[in-house]
Ligand binder design. Structure first.
Ligand SMILES: Nc1ncnc2c1ncn2[C@@H]1O[C@H](COP(=O)(O)OP(=O)(O)O)[C@@H](O)[C@H]1O
Ligand SMILES: [Mg+2]
Length: 381
């Protein structure tokens, strides 16, 4: 078996699994300084874009292509390549198709999509600079009151997002942008769920808790997170059902995740966004379920994706992920990106590292976290 991976930055997540399966691995990467280039069988430094990876895949006669891209901009190109190479060369690409990427990469389209499949979305409106002058006029056109969230239709990691209670921030925002998607601010708990899909079959992993929404607008990537969720009035299977419903209707392939906000007051789930790429919560999903989302992509690539087996294999660990900056505790064991031997995983670039820890119960997880980092995280619960 020969598999082409697009992008080397996330490759260390799957390297152990790829080698264990005896797969011949090829990476294409546009940055020769990128990490992990020593891990595959061989690699090619290529210009940006998908022309070269496609040419190499065909020339090397690979069995499948697994894109490992953590950012949004190339996803459209990958989807176009997928269409062509699957049809003309019969090489499967383990990622979402054009239609799914198009919906997920545009927050306005995502919202229309959510509504069309009967999910709750925050009330919203798209307004332009010229639509209003005064605060009264703004509120009237908007159709709801502060607090609000201003967004651009594209973006990730909190880019171009403004959460505010005040009209003057709206004016500032429209100094930089002519148009905005404006949503009612929903007070609640942020929840992400990953879904692995292939050939019309979908495996939702675990709902992960990413903290409360706040007017300070601290993006979930900067918060402590844990999984599975533990809301009193909301069953986790309900989140998994919603996640599967979204993936099924989107006809996603490979790995996606979705952001939801759960309002305890209303006991209601709001759908916020979808990402059709490896998730920022994949280490937590992995820690909880014992299924590594990116390893599952490799399994799909080699023709091994059995939903019933996987549903039976899913574990139920309690996992915690904390931002740690520079981790200085005991070294993780080899393989460093697997939970073998009760391991923990340190990930992310220096200065922005996170550590993901799991135990059979939350108490056990907190104890391990305290031993590793010196901090007591149980108080934040
Ligand atoms: N309607 C909303 N109500 C409350 N908070 C929101 C809302 N929309 C977005 N947020 C906050 O902003 C963050 C980023 O918004 P999101 O639409 O997911 O964009 P990004 O692609 O940058 O992650 C969310 O994780 C959440 O913290
Ligand atoms: Mg988000």
């Amino acid at each position: 078996m020969k598999v082409l991976f697009i992008g080397s930055r996330l490759y260390d997540d799957v390297a152990y699994h790829v080698d264990k399966l005896g797969i011949e691995s090829i990476i294409t990467e546009s940055n020769e300084e990128a990490p992990n280039l020593d891990l595959p069988t061989r690699y090619y430094i290529v210009p940006r874009g998908m022309d070269k990876p496609m040419e190499i895949a065909i020339g090397e006669e690979v069995n499948a292509i697994v894109p490992l891209l953590g950012i949004d901009p190339p996803l459209m190109d990958v989807a176009l390549m997928k269409e062509e190479i699957e049809e003309k060369h019969n090489i499967p690409v383990i990622s979402s198709n054009f239609n799914a990427v198009e919906i997920a990469s545009d927050k306005v389209k995502t919202k229309e999509f959510f509504k069309s499949i009967n999910l709750n979305v925050p009330p919203a409106n798209v307004l332009s600079k010229d639509d209003f002058e005064t605060e009264e006029e703004f509120i009237e056109k908007l159709g709801f009151d502060f607090p609000i969230v201003l967004k651009q239709s594209e973006g990730q990691g909190g880019k171009d997002i403004c959460i505010t209670n005040e009209f003057k921030d709206v004016l500032d925002y429209f100094d930089s942008f002519n148009q905005a998607l404006i949503e009612k601010f929903i007070e609640g708990s942020e929840v992400s769920t990953e879904v692995i899909g292939w050939n019309g079959e979908y495996l939702p992993l675990v709902p992960v808790y990413k903290g409360e929404t706040s007017l300070e607008g601290i993006h979930p990537i900067k918060r402590l997170r844990y999984g599975p969720c533990d809301f009193e009035a909301m069953d986790n299977e309900e989140f998994r059902k919603i996640a599967k419903h979204i993936a099924t209707n989107l006809k996603s392939e490979g790995t996606i995740d979705m952001d939801l906000i759960y309002s305890k007051n209303e006991n209601k789930v709001y759908a916020i966004e979808i990402n059709t790429r490896p998730s920022g919560t994949r280490y937590l999903s992995f820690a909880c379920t014992d299924l590594n989302p990116l390893n599952l992509l490799v399994d799909i690539a080699v023709g091994n994706f059995n939903l019933t087996d996987l549903e039976n294999e899913i574990k139920d660990y309690c996992a915690l992920e904390v931002p740690i900056g520079d981790y200085e505790g005991p070294e993780p064991q080899e393989p460093i990106k697997e939970y073998i031997n009760g391991n923990f995983i340190v990930h992310g670039p220096k200065g922005y590292q996170r550590i993901t820890i799991r135990g059979k119960t939350y108490d056990e997880t907190f104890k391990i976290a305290k031993d590793l980092t010196g901090n007591d995280y149980s108080s934040g619960f």
